[in-house]
Design a protein. Structure first.
Length: 256
């Protein structure tokens, strides 16, 4: 039998922001039929529990600031499991095509003749917008959406932030909690007014999600109130529409 006929397949699957009911039907079916499941730390226990008995389950980590496997190690582990003829599911939080390194993993596996399939998922920005009642685009206010990350390199915020000057762009910033102050400063320097609406959303999509309404000028102060859960920052005029929801959310917490 040829090597090609013995290779398993690798599915690069988006688990969404956490709750199983925000996973796609295709994603659920993929996990339920997995022979091996490699899952990120942000994937919920409910999602991992969908895997069948006898499935090899391996947590790869991949959460900012936490211990995790190196990308090369994950790539080679997927290859080894696929060469055993297993159906391998690489389960990622959110959508695998948005900061999920899906291109790197698919290119590596395809280079060894392993077939891959990408199963999309709900990304945190979309989950946050739906949960807290604000759009990412809005006629007359936001014609574009920019998905970006924010991290410090050598003590300074890296990357080109010229897109922040666009008044008709909504910026969805992933992994930006630790640099919120520097992020707000860079956006203001790029030309965005300090009173531009912003929100920080912790654990977007989950039952325990929290919303922190702010402006660019107050963003760092509000983010400092958040816990250590995954944090998304949204900046733009559309964020103002979430402010009214915030009061409802906070009142419901006090009366729960």
């Amino acid at each position: 039998m040829s090597v090609e006929n013995t290779l398993g397949k690798v599915l690069l699957v988006g688990a969404g922001p956490g709750p199983v009911d925000l996973m796609t039907v295709r994603a659920v079916r993929a996990v339920e039929s997995a022979g091996a499941l490699l899952y990120d730390a942000l994937c919920s226990e409910e999602a991992v529990a969908l895997a069948p008995p006898g499935c090899v389950r391996i947590q790869t980590g991949k959460r900012a600031g936490k211990p995790s496997m190196k990308q090369d190690e994950i790539n080679r582990l997927m290859l080894r499991l696929a060469r055993k003829g297993l159906k391998v599911v690489r389960l990622k939080g959110g959508d695998p095509s948005i900061f999920g390194r899906v291109g790197e993993e698919a290119a590596f596996l395809n280079g060894f003749g392993v077939e891959t399939e990408v199963v999309p998922g709900v990304t945190a920005a979309c989950a946050a917008a739906a949960q807290f009642g604000f759009p990412l685009t809005h006629r007359g206010e936001a014609r574009r959406v920019v998905f970006t990350t924010a991290r410090l390199e050598a003590g300074a915020l890296s990357g080109d932030w010229s897109a922040a000057a666009d008044p008709e762009a909504t910026l969805a910033v992933y992994m930006g909690g630790d640099v919120a102050g520097e992020l707000a400063l860079r956006m203001i320097e790029a030309g965005r007014p300090g009173d531009t609406p912003a929100v920080a959303v912790e654990k977007a999509g989950g039952a325990d999600a929290r919303l922190y309404p702010a402006t660019l000028a107050t963003l760092a102060e509000r983010v400092a109130e958040a816990g250590d859960g995954p944090l998304l920052i949204v900046v733009g005029e559309v964020a103002a529409q979430a402010h009214a929801v915030a009061g409802i959310v906070e009142r419901s917490r006090r009366t729960a």
